[in-house]
Unconditional design. Structure first.
Length: 297
């Protein structure tokens, strides 16, 4: 079994083309949903935690939250839906409309979590304005997933100032029972994240966007084991679109290569470097066990 713990469903019309053109950034073409699901199934992936990505505060782009609802309705046994929203509006005020949207999603739409991206929205995760969202998530047992990492791309896309782990640490202290996922191993502050994970059993992370740096990824998992938190690291893919970003013209082959890296390639590196190898049980936990437990599948 393989569970993708983090992927985004995106549509071309959800991007603000004027903003992306100004920065010289490509807007992806639409990908047929049936084709996307077939890519995943061809690669051997059984379930996907899917989400949009609200970037309306700075980028005027939503990445298609309604697409997630449509996908879940069509493939309820395959997709695990998240809602994505920014908790602060363009005037730096509590986003009442998004709070009501979040509450409805939690109570009526069977979502398993909410995605927040502080660097893209240029807000701090420990801003007290946001705390009603966290309170609701903690009360309902909903996962709060963060892009709390640096961004490989133009600095203006996601200023790293807003991704500091110190901000997340304060949130953990104030909401000790809230389930949290930090994407991308929290790079480049991965070891700092592992320390935070030792402080909070409800803090998880994923491998999305780490497969292009296999040596680095192999070493981070060695460190995760050393800190005793490897059982809270999950396989993830991130954006899936034809010939866009990390995906080439045959996305199913990209997916297969990432799966191979985790199942076999990382241990090839570990053997070459004299580092301890991942056990079969640890690999199974990364590929499906951790996500299965977190989302009570």
């Amino acid at each position: 079994m393989i569970i993708d713990s983090h992927m985004h469903l995106i549509r071309k019309e959800n991007f603000d083309k004027e903003t992306y053109d100004r920065l010289g950034m490509k807007v992806p073409e639409n990908t047929d949903l049936d084709m996307l699901v077939n890519w995943y199934k061809e690669a051997g992936i059984d379930k996907c935690v899917c989400m949009g990505q609200d970037m309306s505060r700075i980028w005027n782009s939503t990445f298609g939250d309604e697409y997630v609802r449509e996908a879940y309705q069509r493939y309820p046994d395959f997709f695990i839906p998240f809602v994505s929203l920014e908790p602060i509006d363009k005037a730096n005020r509590f986003h009442q409309e998004n709070y009501e949207r979040f509450k409805k999603a939690v109570e009526e739409e069977e979502v398993k979590g909410v995605l927040m991206t502080p660097p893209y929205g240029q807000f701090k995760s420990n801003d007290k304005t946001i705390y009603p969202f966290y309170q609701l998530a903690q009360e309902k047992g909903i996962v709060v997933q963060y892009h709390h990492s640096a961004q490989m791309g133009p600095a203006i896309l996601a200023p790293t100032f807003y991704a500091k782990m110190e901000y997340l640490n304060e949130v953990m202290i104030d909401f000790p029972d809230m389930k949290i996922v930090v994407e991308h191993l929290g790079y480049p502050w991965s070891e700092y994240l592992f320390v935070l994970m030792t402080n909070d059993k409800n803090l998880y992370t994923d491998l999305a966007m780490t497969y292009g740096r296999p040596m680095w990824t192999a070493w981070q998992l060695v460190l995760a084991r050393e800190y005793g938190v490897l059982d809270r690291v999950m396989f993830a893919t991130d954006y899936v679109a034809f010939d866009y970003d990390v995906f080439g013209p045959k996305p199913s082959e990209d997916l297969k290569s990432w799966i191979y890296l985790v199942k076999e390639g990382l241990n090839e590196i570990n053997r070459r470097c004299g580092w301890p190898e991942l056990t079969e049980e640890e690999i199974d936990s990364i590929m499906f066990g951790c996500a299965k437990k977190l989302y009570q599948l």
